[in-house]
Design a binder for this molecule. Structure first.
Ligand code: GDG
Length: 475
C-alpha cells in the first residue's frame, strides 16, 4: 500500500452503503460537514481516511470512494457496545456536556476504549508517510494522538475536539482523567470549538499534570510544545445557498406551510434526539405559551425534527419517551382539526427537505443546554438570502460566541425562553433584516473551508517548528 502524506482519523468513515438502481451495493461518501471540509485536501494531497464503516464485525480491505482512499477499522459487536455506546456515548458525552445526564463509569468500557483507540492509532501509523501528518477527530479517539506519537515520532499530529471540554470540577470525576489528558497531549495542535473549552483543557493540564503553560502553549516534559486553541467549526455554505435558491425547493417550503393550515408563523427545531439539545425545555416553553393563551395554534405552529440517535443507550430511550409524552399532551390539549401545535418528526430527511423547512421557518429555535458548536444554527442563517427570519439561540452553544445578532436565551429559564419566543414571533421585518444581514456575513465569511485552512496552517506551523528544533538538537 502506498503511504499517505495526510491521514484523517475519525470514528466513522465518511461513507454510507447504498444500493444502486440495478441492485449493486456501493459505498457513497456521506454529505457530512467533515467530508465537505476535508474533501479538497483529500484530493489534492496524497490523503487517506481511517475509520469504522458503521457495521459490526465487518473486515473490509482498503477501498476508494469518490476518489478518497478509505482504511476501514473493524469493530466487533461487543466493542461497539463497550467502546462506542458505552465509554464514548454514556461516559464521555454526558460528562463533557456538563453532566446534563449522569455519566456512567465502567472499567470494562474504559478497557475497550483503550483497545479500540490503539487499533485506530496502529492503522494511522501504518498508513502515514515518513514526516507526514495525522489529523485525529473527536472524543471517541482521545488516546490516539499519544499512541500515534509513540508509534511514529516523525509525524505531525493534530486533534480536533467537536464537543465541549468541561470545567475541571466536572472533568475531575473521570477515573481516567490523567490518561485522557496525556492521550490528547500527544498532538502538536489541539483544537477546540470555544476559547472556554481550550481554557478548561489548559487548566486541567496545569492542575493535574503540573506542566508549565504559556498562553496557548503547553510545555511537555519531552521538550515538545503543544499548541491549544479555539478553531470554531462551520459549514460548507454553498449547498445551502444553492438549494435555498432552487424554485422547486422554494415551492416545497410554501407547500409545507400550506400543509400546516397556513399558520401565521412557523417555529422550527432540528436536532438529533439528544438530551443536550434542550428539546424538552423548548417544548415546555411553547406549551405554556399556548396554555396561557399568549399564542394560539393558528398564530404559530412548531415543527420539531428529532432525528433518531443512539437508540441503544438508555438515556436516549427515556428521553424519547418523555419528549413524546409531552408533545402528545400539548397536541391533545391544543390541536384543532385544521391546525396542529407541534408537528413532531422522529425521522431523518434528505438535505433538500431540510432546506425547505429552513425556508418555511419564520423562527428557528436552537435551545441546547450545552453544544460544542451547533451547525443547525449556521445552516438556517445560510439559507436566509432574503434576510428574513429570526434565530433564537442558546448561550450554551459554541455558535453563540460568534452569532451575536440573535435572540439569545438561557434554556434553563423557561419564563425567559417564553418571552424570547414571543419577541421572535413579533419581530418587525426591518429588525429581522438588520440582524440577519450581520449573521449571514459572519457565517458566509467563516465557513468550513476557512476553519480547515486555519487548523491546517497551525499544524504546518507546528511541523516547521518541530523540524527546526529537531535540526538544532542534532546540529
Ligand atoms: C457535533 C457536536 C458540533 C440533523 N438531522 C438531520 C440532519 N441533521 C444534520 C444537521 C447538522 C448536523 O446533522 C448536526 O450537527 P450539529 O452541530 O447541530 O450537532 P451534532 O450532531 O451534535 O454534532 C456539535 C458538530 O459536532 C460539529 O463539530 O457543532 O456541537 O455536538 O448538519 O443539519 N441532516 C439531514 N437530515 C436530518 O434529518 N440531512
Amino acid at each position: 500500500m502506498v503511504a499517505a502524506e495526510f491521514v484523517v482519523v475519525a470514528n466513522r468513515l465518511p461513507v454510507d452503503r447504498v444500493v444502486t438502481a440495478d441492485g449493486e451495493e456501493i459505498w457513497r461518501t456521506s454529505p457530512g460537514g467533515l467530508v465537505a471540509a476535508l474533501e479538497p485536501m483529500m484530493h489534492t494531497v496524497d490523503g487517506a481516511w481511517v475509520g469504522w464503516a458503521g457495521m459490526p464485525d465487518l473486515e473490509l480491505a482498503p477501498f476508494t470512494a469518490d476518489g478518497i482512499r478509505l482504511l476501514p477499522v473493524p469493530l466487533s459487536a461487543s466493542e461497539i457496545q463497550l467502546y462506542y455506546e458505552g465509554f464514548s456515548n454514556d461516559t464521555i458525552w454526558p460528562l463533557y456536556h456538563d453532566v446534563i445526564a449522569p455519566p456512567q463509569f465502567h472499567r470494562e468500557w474504559w478497557d475497550a476504549y483503550v483497545t479500540v483507540n490503539l487499533r485506530f492509532a496502529e492503522a494511522a501509523a501504518t498508513a502515514v508517510a515518513k514526516g507526514g501528518t495525522v489529523w485525529v477527530h473527536d472524543y471517541q479517539l482521545q488516546l490516539v494522538p499519544e499512541m500515534v506519537r509513540n508509534l511514529r515520532p516523525d509525524v505531525t499530529i493534530g486533534y480536533f475536539h467537536h464537543i465541549p471540554f468541561p470545567a475541571h470540577s466536572l472533568y475531575a470525576q473521570l477515573p481516567w482523567r490523567d490518561q485522557v489528558l496525556r492521550g490528547l497531549l500527544g498532538a502538536d495542535v489541539i483544537g477546540f470549538q470555544r476559547t472556554q473549552d481550550a481554557a478548561n483543557f489548559i487548566a486541567a493540564v496545569k492542575r493535574r499534570l503540573g506542566y508549565e503553560t504559556k498562553a496557548a502553549l503547553v510545555a511537555m516534559p519531552d521538550g515538545r510544545h503543544v499548541h491549544v486553541k479555539a478553531f470554531p467549526i462551520s459549514i460548507d455554505t454553498t449547498p445551502y445557498r444553492e438549494l435555498a435558491r432552487r424554485p422547486d425547493i422554494r415551492a416545497r417550503a410554501a407547500e409545507i406551510r400550506a400543509g400546516l393550515g397556513n399558520p401565521k408563523r412557523i417555529l422550527l427545531g432540528v436536532d438529533r434526539l439528544d438530551y443536550t439539545k434542550g428539546i424538552r425545555h423548548r417544548i415546555k416553553a411553547y406549551g405554556e405559551l399556548l396554555d396561557q393563551g399568549r399564542i394560539s395554534v393558528e398564530d404559530a405552529t412548531f415543527i420539531q425534527v428529532a432525528s433518531p440517535s443512539r437508540e441503544r443507550v438508555d438515556a436516549y430511550v427515556h428521553l424519547r419517551d418523555e419528549v413524546e409524552l409531552a408533545i402528545g399532551r400539548i397536541n391533545g390539549d391544543h390541536d384543532t382539526l385544521g391546525h396542529t401545535a407541534i408537528r413532531y418528526l422522529h425521522q431523518g430527511f434528505p438535505r433538500e427537505e431540510m432546506v425547505a423547512m429552513y425556508l418555511a421557518a419564520d423562527v428557528m429555535l436552537v435551545t441546547a443546554l450545552r453544544d460544542g458548536m451547533n451547525l443547525v444554527a449556521k445552516e438556517y442563517v445560510a439559507t436566509r438570502a432574503d434576510n428574513r427570519g429570526v434565530l433564537v439561540l442558546s448561550e450554551f452553544t459554541g455558535a453563540s460566541d460568534e452569532l451575536k445578532q440573535v435572540v439569545r436565551v438561557n434554556p434553563h429559564d423557561i419564563e425567559g425562553m417564553k418571552d424570547a419566543i414571543v419577541v421572535a414571533l413579533e419581530m418587525p421585518r426591518e429588525e429581522q433584516a438588520r440582524r440577519m444581514r450581520s449573521l449571514r456575513k459572519r457565517v458566509l465569511e467563516h465557513d468550513v473551508d476557512a476553519w480547515s485552512r486555519s487548523f491546517l496552517k497551525a499544524l504546518e506551523h507546528a511541523a516547521a517548528h518541530r523540524h527546526h528544533t529537531h535540526e538544532q538538537e542534532h546540529a
